[in-house]
Design a protein around this ligand. Structure first.
Ligand code: ATP
Length: 514
């Protein structure tokens, strides 16, 4: 990489397939931006931001549902050497305020329906995206600004917040080099205009999975992307039919809902669909099996990544019509090893321990948090993913669970994901999460929080004996409570800390907050 390459200058240097080829298409109106429209809008938007006083190093926050203008704004911010940041638009005003202070935001762009949550949080006025975009004047290039802005590959391009599944979310610093590395990899592995692919983007662009594939990757892959504002299952299926989508990037709750819809007998015309790529959290195997039965010919593959890796670092070379239990192989340029969580030694194939990864897309560190950075990345540059995994002899990687979420029953470690997968196969279980419950003798015992299917009334004992037959004695479920809903993050992760807090509230029980 040239040391002075920025993400926008890399993406804008790639040859465009044809002047009118659509890059981003609005799912509802069908209105599309071609690759060249996108470039000229981004140039014009960077001039406009410049005139608002934004310059190198300033942090600009975009709070918005998915939109075809999301990538335009990102590239405009980055072209100035300013730093792009984003937030989950479902956060409360207080949560947004804390993120804004944490990253020292200079300017906020948002939609009119979200503006009440962001008003008066910084000294500058809020910019409404609708007004900002409609005032842009077409321009061929922004050479004047770029000539005065020297951006280095090592400069910060984005501050992306982790999901906050295991604690407070952390601001991950991504350099231009990190994001270019991710874009190049996606271009090499998934890219190729002329493959007649159409992607559907319904996962949020504010999360690293959506951001990396659709904002950094789409322009490098040169693949048209149908953009949905946000995920609603019925609407998603309708849009997949209408736009003949070939590839869907999904998180587990979407795949589960697709199975449920198909099993209710709904007729779907998804003849264009070739592949669903699932990521973000473990997907129970039972649903993988049902998925390929319900959608014959569609490949169900997985990819895996962290906010800290700037996007997916494993991809499956999916076999048509099959499902893939593994998260795939490492992408080019990355290295991986498995570490014994007790002895710290590297482990051979098929033994599980913590997955460590290293390579060009790895973050620069956490903002204002050297301690957390040095705990995450060791002196040799390995990122400790916190995931319990193993690698087989073919180089395929499998996720067992998150180390932080293992339940410590006596001297044993129990993976909640394994128990959840089994419980999901019970015909009357609608949804389930397994969490640790304090116990004087064992330390912790596995407790299942279960949402029953409507009309079912099975009891705790029945569920306990259901798992008992299927696992080693130390893993068995020892307590069950029934709940109305299992809270999940936008990337489909079970929010165990919220469930624990609820249980504490309901039962007055002290449950460890880890
Ligand atoms: P925080 O660090 O704030 O608790 P987080 O780690 O949940 O948040 P993300 O970066 O969104 O934030 O999530 C990364 C994690 O997602 C991985 O460490 C892994 O546990 C999980 N994950 C990603 N892809 C997969 C997958 N295909 N299968 C299983 N788990 C996955």
């Amino acid at each position: 990489l040239s040391p002075s390459l920025s993400l926008p200058s890399y993406l804008f240097s790639l040859p465009i397939p044809s002047i009118s080829s659509p890059s981003f298409i609005d799912s509802v109106s069908g209105f599309s931006l071609s690759f060249s429209d996108l470039r000229s809008l981004a140039f014009s938007a960077s001039l406009s931001l410049h005139s608002l006083g934004i310059s190198k190093g300033d942090v600009v926050l975009l709070v918005s549902p998915n939109s075809i203008y999301f990538p335009v704004i990102v590239l405009a911010i980055m072209s100035l050497g300013a730093v792009f940041s984003t937030a989950n638009f479902l956060l409360t005003r207080q949560e947004l305020e804390s993120q804004i202070q944490d990253s020292n935001v200079s300017l906020i762009l948002t939609t009119s329906d979200l503006s009440h949550k962001l008003d008066n949080l910084i000294s500058k006025p809020l910019i409404l995206i609708q007004d900002f975009i409609s005032n842009l004047k077409p321009t061929l290039n922004n050479i004047t600004i770029l000539a005065n802005t020297s951006i280095k590959t090592t400069d910060t391009a984005a501050l992306m917040y982790s999901s906050g599944t295991t604690g407070k979310s952390k601001a991950v610093i991504c350099s231009h080099g990190n994001l270019i590395a991710m874009s190049c990899i996606l271009r090499d592995v998934w890219g190729g205009f002329g493959r007649n692919e159409t992607y559907l983007c319904t996962i949020p662009m504010f999360h690293m999975f959506g951001f990396s594939v659709f904002v950094c990757g789409a322009l490098a892959m040169m693949t048209p992307v149908v953009v949905m504002r946000r995920y609603v299952i019925e609407e998603m299926l309708m849009m997949m039919e209408r736009h003949r989508v070939t590839k869907l990037l999904a998180v587990p709750p979407m795949v589960i809902q697709m199975v449920r819809v198909a099993r209710k007998g709904r007729r779907l015309e998804l003849s264009g669909l070739k592949e669903v790529v699932c990521s973000g959290a473990p997907l129970p195997r039972e649903y993988m099996e049902m998925f390929v039965e319900c959608y014959p010919g569609v490949t169900l593959s997985q990819c895996y990544g962290l906010t800290e890796t700037s996007g997916p670092i494993t991809l499956c070379d999916g076999v048509k019509g099959r499902y893939h239990v593994s998260i795939g192989r490492l992408i080019p340029t990355m290295e991986a090893k498995i570490r014994d969580i007790h002895t710290n030694k590297a482990l051979p194939f098929n033994k599980y321990g913590e997955l460590l990864v290293r390579g060009p897309p790895l973050m620069q560190g956490y903002l204002n948090n050297e301690e957390a950075t040095s705990m995450a990345i060791d002196e040799e540059g390995w990122l400790h993913t916190g995931d319990l995994c193993y690698i087989d002899r073919r180089g395929l990687i499998y996720v067992v669970d998150r180390i932080k979420e293992l339940i410590k029953y006596k001297a044993y470690q129990v993976a909640p994901a394994e128990l959840e997968e089994i419980l999901q196969t019970h015909p009357e279980v609608h949804d389930v999460a397994v969490i640790p419950y304090p116990d004087d003798e064992a330390g912790e015992i596995p407790m299942a929080c279960v949402v029953r299917k409507p009309g079912s009334s099975f009891k705790e004992d029945e569920l306990i004996s259901f798992t008992e037959k299927k696992v080693a004695p130390y893993k068995k479920i020892r307590k069950v409570i029934f709940v109305d809903v299992i809270p999940r993050s936008p990337s489909g992760k079970i929010l165990r800390r919220l469930i624990k807090a609820k249980v504490v509230q309901q039962q007055g029980t002290e449950i460890s907050a880890r």
